[in-house]
Design a binder for this molecule. Structure first.
Ligand SMILES: [Zn+2]
Length: 139
């Protein structure tokens, strides 16, 4: 992946050295996931392999620990990034839904919930037994 201009400052100063170490020394010019060899046709896609250093567990540019980096071919790198994008989108959607639910609760008339919480704080044991009794009553 080419580094986006707006993210360049977030990479460590020795990023090129880290990338080189992961691709050339540790992975010996092979994709660490599928084994495709750098500069050769990919065994599955047939396109020329260009190894890149990919962020695996933490995709922030500054998370450049060697344990967080892997030498990957385009196919593996794109697949990994697509999965990460999908998970982030899903997390954002879930966070949005949680926010909507919380907002709906806040928008409700406050009376019952607030006084209930205040009562629980000042008389926790009585409130708990009152709750128990409420739950025991048939609807
Ligand atoms: Zn690969």
């Amino acid at each position: 992946m080419p580094i986006r201009a707006e993210n360049r400052a977030r990479y460590p100063q020795d990023w090129k050295l880290r990338s080189y170490f992961v691709r050339k020394i540790r992975a010996r010019d092979h994709c660490e996931w599928c084994g495709a060899e750098n500069s050769q046709p990919h065994p599955k896609t047939g396109s020329k392999v260009v190894l890149t250093a990919a962020h695996i567990y933490d995709d922030r540019p500054e998370a450049a620990s060697l344990l967080n980096l892997a030498a990957l071919c385009q196919k593996c790198h794109n697949g990994h990034d697509a999965t990460a994008r999908h998970q982030r989108r899903k997390a954002r959607q879930q966070a949005g839904q949680t926010e909507l639910r919380l907002q709906a609760r806040l928008d409700r008339p406050a009376g019952r919930i607030d006084t209930g919480l205040l009562e629980m704080r000042s008389h926790p044991e009585e409130s708990l037994s009152a709750l128990d009794n409420m739950q025991k009553k048939p609807n």
